[in-house]
Write a protein that binds this ligand. Sequence first.
Ligand code: SF4
Length: 554
Amino acid sequence: MATAPNKKATQDVKLDSHDPEKVKARLLSKYPPKVARKRAKQIVVNRVDPDGKTPVISSNVRTVPGLMGQRGCCYAGCKGVVLGPTRDIINITHGPIGCGYYSWLTRRNQTDPDCTADGHNFMTYCFSTDMQDQEIIFGGEKKLKQAIQEAYDNFRPKAIAVFSTCPVGLIGDDVHAVCREMKAKLGINVFGFSCEGYKGVSQSAGHHIANNGIFKHVVGLDDTIGEGKYRINLLGEYNIGGDAFEIERLFERCGITMVSSYSGNSSIDAFANSHTADLNLIMCHRSINYVAEMMETKFGVPWVKVNFIGGAATAKSLRKIAQYFDEKELTDRVEAVIAAEMPAVEAACADVRPRTEGKRAMLFVGGSRAHHYQELFAELGMRTLSAGYEFGHRDDYEGRRVLPDIKVDADSRNIEELAITPDPERFNPRISDEKKAELEARGLQFGEYDGMMPEMPDGTMVIDDLSQYETDQLIKIFKPDLFCAGIKEKYTVQKHGIPLKQLHSYDYGGPYAGFKGAVNFYHEIDRMVSSRVWQYMRAPWQEHPELSATYAWE
Ligand code: SF4
């Protein structure tokens, strides 16, 4: 359904005084022809038709071997992203020690063990079977059983999850059979994930496998309908730097009950009960849309896309919730909270904006933030020149309207698609078709996400699976005022004299979500783009020829 790139329309568009098509040609010029042909489909000059259609972008395809990219693996998406933040499940990495070690506490999903009576919080631990040569040769199932038993004996958790790493699939360990056996033996929920690092092409495959696993093994185990009005789940919010805490604070002020979060500060009991909520809110569409779709099909819970990054976006998302429940009590409370919280956001923005106005940013992050954070930069008067995802799919770029056109290629075909049907007893459509139609007529979109590209201006460059070489070229050509990416890019970019804001770890700050988060972000960006340190990249004798000196190492 999406249109092919419209060359005529992009010819006359200038991007910061450059012709974006020429920039694209320059990025591709050093590649061998086969690589250039492939990358040409992943580097797109944006153009938005009046009806919101954009050019087609190739994404979720295998990274070219030898190009230094940003991507991680399927295990990282499954254990690191989706299940890692759940505080009361013991997550055992089944594999050699590297995978568990390097993912140990490096993602900043915060947890609050005091919010459940048991106080369980295993976040600070790294559990691994630490496979040796012996297990590779003779199999690791025995050691895995032993590890599950030891974890149970030492911690008495409610649940244990097992995550497969690269060698596990190759040597044929049946982690699922081990989990079934240990579940029967220990009487707690034990489940496994076949999320070997080589599956799919990126973290994205791991998200899908995690969604499937949690839906199969946990969702729907507890039908108790808890107390509280306006019962929602917050999906795809991982509480980096306390983002979910800030969103939860707003929910509490508005009188909205959060049944579960997927999966910042989450608990296994909340997952088990999450199908009793009346609405799913999706923050990160890429990582969690599968759970939302499956919950709607099986239990009748609809979903809407929200974005709590930015003051205006937060207000809009709270209003969407109020619109869905359509009760005066909630609408009034939401409006009162927005009225109380927005002035501080506006004041902070007005203070910072004179120093950020007109500055230019580039964002290359994961599968949702490269879109969400453009809103915050726009509030600061900053322009986004280029953006892209590590592992987004076409629907994250172009919107879910292109879903019927997406062809699953050979690299992703082995990721299971669960066949979900309505639950004969528990399927309960939360709103009638008439009510849904009425809300849609009033602008509330159900089960829709328009994607990043329709919201980016014509001529901006959208680049999927950016390589280090392309990063360096973009910096040389545009000299942006700020680059947003992750830890692997941070120091190479800063060596060019350009500040890099980490939008995965937040450079150990945050929260950036909600109203308070927006204020934090404004101040942080002001600090980064106004810092004087960038003036000192060149030594005084390099600036002033009358001076003469050398570095000691020269
Ligand atoms: S690619 Fe394989 S070895 Fe590397 S972190 Fe992922 S699972 Fe571990």
